[in-house]
Ligand binder design. Structure first.
Ligand code: BEZ
Length: 269
């Protein structure tokens, strides 16, 4: 992620963080609980968790974002880490994640495995991410523009699973799914005056970096033309977000289950 993106991640597209508010209610952090904020970005969700009296540890793969998080949230703990490969030295009560899991494309099951390993049995995994169909109009405009400009299909850096797919991954990964919501949430691009073009600049910088520099401005202008009928309203541009929101709990260890099955009476005494 380049530094311009870091600088504008919250200010120009603050809705990414703002929409974490209901998530914190679903997480329901309790005073003293140890909670990982996975893919913490600049630390907005960590700050909300801390405000409820819990102890967050923000983890993010981007050293630049962790630097910003530390600057913006003095006194809170943040560390650079790979969501598919992190370990912790003590069990956590919960793992929360807002608008981050869809960036973890390499191996979604490895992320779930690491979350499971970080939690105590009964610990909560509560997250919100883009679901299947997220940004469909924005992505269609990108793909059409790329094709019209004779460019190879853009490699999209996101993973937007269906609810069924992600629930299966969670269950296979040792979780019981308590809640799973799949909702359309059209979201105002409040500070992206140049609409779809600004969104692509901020969130699709990878594919955009592969475009010959002399073609970038006209490509972005074309994306705006293509996306405008679906996403531009009189009041401004909207992003066509579709959210997947879930709350899952780590199942008891299988060794504990074996113990209970051998001595059924012990489970009730
Ligand atoms: C999202 O929050 O849904 C999202 C943000 C940026 C890029 C892709 C998806």
């Amino acid at each position: 992620m380049n530094s311009w993106v870091v600088a504008t991640y919250d200010s120009a597209f603050g809705y990414v963080s703002a929409h974490g508010a209901p998530l914190v209610d679903l997480l329901d952090p309790q005073p003293g609980e140890k909670i990982i904020d996975l893919g913490c970005g600049t630390g907005a969700l960590s700050a909300e968790i801390a405000a409820r009296g819990a102890e967050p540890l923000g983890i993010d793969g981007s050293p630049a974002l962790i630097g910003q998080a530390r600057m913006l949230n003095a006194g809170l703990s943040f560390t650079v880490g790979d969501a598919g490969d992190f370990t912790v030295t003590e069990p956590f009560d919960a793992v929360a994640s807002n608008a981050a899991l869809h960036w973890m494309t390499r191996d979604p099951d490895a992320v779930i495995t690491r979350v499971h390993a970080a939690l105590r049995p009964g610990g909560r995994f509560v997250a919100e991410m883009g679901g299947a169909g997220n940004c469909a109009e924005l992505i269609a405009a990108m793909q059409t523009a790329w094709r019209e400009f004779g460019l190879a299909e853009p490699e999209l850096p996101w993973y937007f699973p269906s609810p069924a797919e992600y629930a299966t991954r969670l269950e296979d990964g040792g979780f019981t799914v308590r809640l799973l919501e799949y909702v359309e949430r059209p979201t105002r691009m409040t500070e992206g005056p140049n609409g779809a073009a600004d969104w692509v600049r901020v969130f699709a910088s990878g594919p955009l970096n592969a475009v010959p520099p002399q073609a970038v401005e006209s490509l972005l202008a074309r994306i705006n033309d293509l996306a405008a009928p679906a996403l531009r309203r009189e009041s401004g541009w909207m992003a066509d977000y579709v959210r997947l929101r879930f709350a899952a709990v780590r199942k008891p260890d299988s060794s504990a289950l074996t113990f209970d099955m051998r001595r059924p009476e012990s489970a009730h005494t």
